[in-house]
Design a protein around this ligand. Structure first.
Ligand SMILES: [Zn+2]
Length: 129
């Protein structure tokens, strides 16, 4: 459930698409009608990919603290995180593999591509809860 925001003039979604293209990852599409509305799915392999905004989902690495209304924002962010976990469980029950990236991962395109590639190649098996 990432909110796609622009940074510079390229959105998170556009950056992800350009990584998929550059590394030859095929079969993705956007805006799937699934729990949590994954940013991308690879339907054939049942892999759902999310790019979580570092602020909105409380990234521990970037530690983007709200400058005002701290209580409001931290409640909102922990709500997002709770929902992220719930959505992942729902998807896994439906047989999907779930990959979540932090938005900052896009600075490492190769890392993103490799992780997606691995998920696409690994055989599907029941996921532990
Ligand atoms: Zn981050």
């Amino acid at each position: 459930m990432s909110r796609i925001r622009s940074r510079g003039n390229q959105t998170t979604e556009m950056k992800a698409v350009s990584i998929f293209k550059r590394y030859g990852l095929r079969g993705w599409r956007r805006h799937a009608d699934l729990p949590g509305k994954p940013d991308f799915i690879f339907a054939d392999k049942k892999v759902a990919v999310f790019f979580d905004g570092c602020f909105w989902h409380g990234c521990p690495k970037c530690k983007l603290h709200p400058k005002s209304n701290e209580e409001y924002w931290s409640a909102k962010i922990s709500g997002n995180r709770r929902r992220d976990r719930k959505v992942a469980t729902q998807l896994r029950k439906k047989g999907w593999s779930v990959i979540r990236f932090w938005e900052h991962s896009l600075k490492d395109p190769e890392g993103v591509a490799k992780r997606v590639q691995r998920a696409l190649e690994s055989p599907r098996r029941p996921q532990p809860k």
